[in-house]
Write a new protein. Structure first.
Length: 321
């Protein structure tokens, strides 16, 4: 999951200019668009929704179950995964007052709170392709967690990640369901591709018109809602992405949304400081919107958000293309 810039008319949601040459907005001079500040609006933004269907494994309560991910070769975004080299961390999170459905919905909507978490433990498996419940520790301190593994203890979520930063890099999710009378003590994880069901709408937005050559400046200070329908928090936006996709339409990209960084013909990214605007002059190697044989996109990203989907994403249409 995973965002300066451009120019002129953004359809119904764009920031218009005036005829005042001192105005910072884009202005029309002799029917040509000249550079200025583009004010992005919610109408320019895509819409994204995703539903998690993480597997749930019935496990004997008060046991010390094994989570075996040796057969996990595709992650929840259907990307290839090496169970030996790609899983750096296993997180165990216990939600004492939420059901599995409520946890899944909270993950989908980025609405889980720190107060929802009753227990957080972790384990670095190294080259191993399995972990036991008793392997999980509180930053290296044994927690005897298996003694709390009971039917009434809450919802037990395991997150397998690449990287060891808390809450980031999720490759697979699963629930352990402790049950009285159950005999199984193993959770065999072998399919990540069926976990995430997503929908991305890149065709209903108002595309943003840009001039082929810069300078480009983008202002997102009027955005109120993310592509996931949540309140837009300006401090969350810490990265910019511009991509070109030869021969692909926005409709084509909807079906490949989780692979936007992988299928791009050309891709430029940069970190951005706190604020509500950025210039594309900071994109290393970017020379302009000169190609018209495909689709351009611009995205604002949040590297610290659990949901990797961009906060904002729009289609860029080069002037005269």
């Amino acid at each position: 999951m995973v965002a300066s810039l451009l120019l002129a008319c953004t359809g119904a949601g764009g920031g218009g200019g005036s005829d005042d040459p001192d105005d910072t907005g884009s202005v029309a001079v002799d029917e040509a668009v000249v550079p200025g500040v583009i004010l992005l609006s919610d109408d320019d933004n895509y819409a994204y929704s995703g539903a998690l269907q993480a597997p749930s494994f019935p496990i004997a309560e008060l046991s010390d179950p094994v989570i075996d991910f040796s057969g996990l070769t595709e992650d929840l975004q259907c990307h290839d995964l090496d169970p030996v080299g790609d899983i750096d961390n296993a997180e165990l999170i216990v939600f004492q007052h939420l059901s599995e459905d409520e946890v899944a919905l909270g993950l989908e909507e980025d609405s889980l709170l720190q107060s929802d978490v009753g227990i957080y433990l972790s384990q670095q498996p190294g080259d191993a392709t399995s972990v036991k419940l008793s392997d999980f520790t509180l930053f290296g301190t044994d927690a005897d967690i298996e003694t709390f593994f009971t039917e009434t203890s809450g919802t037990w979520l395991v997150v397998l990640t690449t990287g060891e930063e808390i809450g980031l890099g999720a490759r697979m999710l699963l629930f352990l369901d402790p049950l009285a009378g159950e005999t199984s003590e193993t959770a065999v994880v072998d399919d990540g591709c069926s976990v995430l069901d997503f929908s991305a709408d890149l065709t209903s937005l108002d595309p943003v018109t840009v001039v082929p050559s810069g300078p480009w400046e983008l202002d997102w200070g009027e955005l109120t809602t993310t592509g996931q329908g949540q309140d837009f928090v300006y401090s969350d936006a810490d990265g910019v992405m511009v991509g070109f996709y030869e021969g692909l339409s926005p409709a084509d990209l909807e079906g490949q949304f989780l692979d936007l960084e992988l299928v791009a013909t050309e891709l430029w990214t940069m970190d951005i400081p706190a604020g509500t605007s950025a210039s594309l002059s900071g994109l290393e190697g970017f020379t302009g919107f000169t190609r018209t044989d495909g689709t351009w996109i611009f995205a604002l990203r949040c590297s610290t958000c659990p949901n990797p989907a961009p906060l904002f994403l729009t289609v860029l249409e080069p002037l005269g293309g």
